[in-house]
Design a protein around this ligand. Structure first.
Ligand code: PEP
Ligand code: MG
Length: 592
């Protein structure tokens, strides 16, 4: 794929510093993946050019059709679904006679190049459908937009974008990757990725860690520096991308990899031990997952079950939402595989940077402040109840706990709980088995919820602090904006104070409280979270051994002292410094 064309061909080694988001080292050929708006040329044609332009259009439609069929197959394999309808709506667009005829008519009347005519007609088509107040038609706009981009790429003679259908291992260099794109990456052929946009707590970064794909984000302007098939080395530990690595650099990285492997082997030894401080405080250490397939890693790394299952990934990249039956099977599988521990299943958190096309949410100016998560579910009670019914039924087969994302206050929490009761009443009436005493928790990730945690705590069985969002909403820093990533400060005194308030409110009502945001997996901050009184940490599966070792190396007296000092400190930098000193003292070997 072409982006801004880079003419510079150099064989010199050059390094670029970005933000490391997923550990690991990879080395291979670069694949440039460009998604920004295409530059569409415009020029006059003559009547004599018409057959050639029409031929070009037909070829592009045929190539797009073949591309869609291939993707359809890959996605069906990737999500293990037999549902052949995936991408059917897209296929209908390439065969849409009204659209095709309109393009041909305009080509003949305007006598402009086919790329321009196709672009104009499809843009008009999308705008017209968008303006009609019909959810079905609006849904089609998403399909048409996608097909439009694909056809234009073919007309412009560019490679189609088929990240999920690479045939050779590559390191992807992109301006940005959406969580939906990232979810489809094939671990076999994607050695790593580096993007210009993004930050550590974007869902794209979180998925890279789940898929165990080394990744760097925030590499400003990298796209113009790298050419297709350049050799690059990606260091996901330090966030460095090296173009044309020399043999000395490759040797040096070979040694680093050996050291990392040896360190991982040492951590394997503590896999079956309890995650408790040296003075005996047990901190439940569970894992975050996006797909059931990750449960193997959860077990392998010695986690105590699942602390967060992000169910929205079951809804992504498909034309329709999963049925109650499909959801039931999925949650049942998770619950059974999490045994003897529990699985905390979060109700749908679509929105923000996780755009689920099939939900028909209108474009929003501020998606992170928009119709996201529980807000969407409460606006669509039938849809929400389908998920609740599936969860209630699956809970018969294993220890499932339900948790609601993005609760902002008591009214939402009570509404969600009353829909849960409605779902139970329906199942009861229909004579379908379900688990009556399902434990329910609230994610505390909005400052208004943190500040009213003493009220919310009376309505639930547990809290899980979503620090990824709690931080972004507290310091007003978009968690995916690389330009202000330095202001996204987990140790900001306001964040620490809110976490302390949430924990106190939970303990006053005798409920437990965990952290499932990325802060839970950052071992620099483990002593602070323990000192503040946290009961559970839920982290990416691969981070479990390291966090366990950190917990085992600490004692509560040191942690409580650190927390007291942090609550008095005036700046995030100062709090971080204090945390680093404790971490360095107790498990310095884990930090390098
Ligand atoms: C969080 O906000 O910390 C969280 C765990 O949820 P997500 O990252 O999916 O928004
Ligand atoms: Mg969140």
């Amino acid at each position: 794929m072409q982006g801004p064309v880079n003419q510079k061909k150099t064989t010199e080694e050059r390094s670029f510093q970005g933000i490391p988001v997923s550990e690991g080292i990879s080395h291979g050929k670069a694949l440039l993946y460009w998604q920004e708006a295409e530059q569409i040329p415009i020029h006059k044609i003559t009547v004599a050019d018409l057959p050639q332009e029409i031929g070009k259009f037909e070829t592009a439609l045929i190539a797009t059709r073949a591309e869609l069929l291939e993707i359809q197959q890959t996605i069906a394999n990737a999500i293990g679904s037999k549902d052949a309808s995936i991408f059917d709506a897209h296929l209908l667009v390439v065969e849409d006679r009204t659209l095709i005829d309109e393009v041909l008519r305009k080509l003949e009347s305007d006598l402009k190049n086919i790329e321009h005519v196709f672009d104009e007609v499809t843009e008009h088509y999308c705008k017209t459908l968008q303006a009609i107040d019909d959810p079905y038609l609006r849904e089609r706009v998403v399909d048409i937009e996608d097909v439009r981009k694909r056809v234009l790429r073919h007309l412009l003679g560019k490679q189609p974008y088929r990240l999920n259908a690479l045939e050779e291992p590559h390191i992807i260099i992109a301006h940005n990757l959406s969580p939906a794109d990232t979810a489809l990456l094939n671990r076999e052929f994607v050695l790593g990725f580096a993007t210009e946009a993004g930050s550590k707590t974007s869902h794209t970064a979180i998925i890279a860690r789940s898929l165990d794909i080394p990744a760097i984000v925030g590499l400003t302007d990298i796209y113009a520096e790298i050419r297709a098939d350049d050799m690059v080395l990606l260091d996901g530990y330090a966030g460095v991308l090296i173009l044309n690595p020399t043999s000395e650099t490759l040797d040096r990285y070979g040694k680093i990899e050996e050291q990392k492997e040896a360190a991982a082997e040492r951590l394997e030894l503590i896999r079956d031990t309890v995650s408790a401080t040296s003075d005996g405080r047990h901190i439940i250490l569970s894992a975050n997952i996006e797909w059931p397939a990750e449960l193997e890693e959860v077990h392998h790394n010695g986690a105590e079950g699942v602390g967060l299952y992000r169910t929205e990934f079951l809804f992504l990249n498909r034309p329709e939402s999963p049925t109650e039956e499909e959801q039931y099977e999925n949650y049942r599988f998770v619950a059974q595989r999490a045994k003897p521990h529990s699985a905390i299943i979060r109700s749908l958190d679509a929105g923000g940077d996780k755009f689920v096309a099939n939900l028909n949410v209108q474009e929003e100016n501020n998606p992170f402040l928009g119709c996201r998560a529980i807000r969407f579910c409460l606006q669509h009670p039938q849809f929400f109840k389908t998920q609740l019914r599936a969860l209630l039924r699956a809970a018969v087969e294993g220890n499932i706990r339900l948790m609601y994302p993005m609760i902002s206050g008591i009214t939402e929490l009570q509404q969600a709980n009353s829909l849960l009761e409605e779902a139970k009443a329906e199942l009861r009436k229909e004579g379908i088995a379900f688990y009556e005493n399902l434990e329910v928790g609230a994610m505390i990730e909005i400052p208004s919820a943190a500040l009213t945690a003493h009220i919310l705590a009376k309505e639930v069985d547990f809290f899980s602090i979503g620090t990824n969002d709690l931080i972004q909403y507290t310091v007003a820093v978009d968690r995916v904006n690389e330009h202000i990533a330095h202001l996204y400060e987990p140790t900001h005194p306001a964040v620490i104070r809110l976490i302390q308030m949430i924990i106190e409110a939970a303990h006053n009502e005798n409920i437990w409280v965990g952290v499932c945001g990325e802060m839970a997996g950052d071992i620099h901050l483990t002593p602070l979270l323990l000192g503040l009184g946290i009961d559970e940490l839920s982290v990416g599966p691969s981070l479990v051994p390291r966090v366990k070792k950190a917990v085992q190396s600490l004692n509560m007296e040191i942690c409580s002292k650190l927390a007291r000092e942090a609550l008095q400190a005036q700046s995030g930098a100062n709090i971080l410094e204090k945390c680093l000193a404790v971490a360095q003292n107790h498990y310095g070997e884990l930090l390098c």
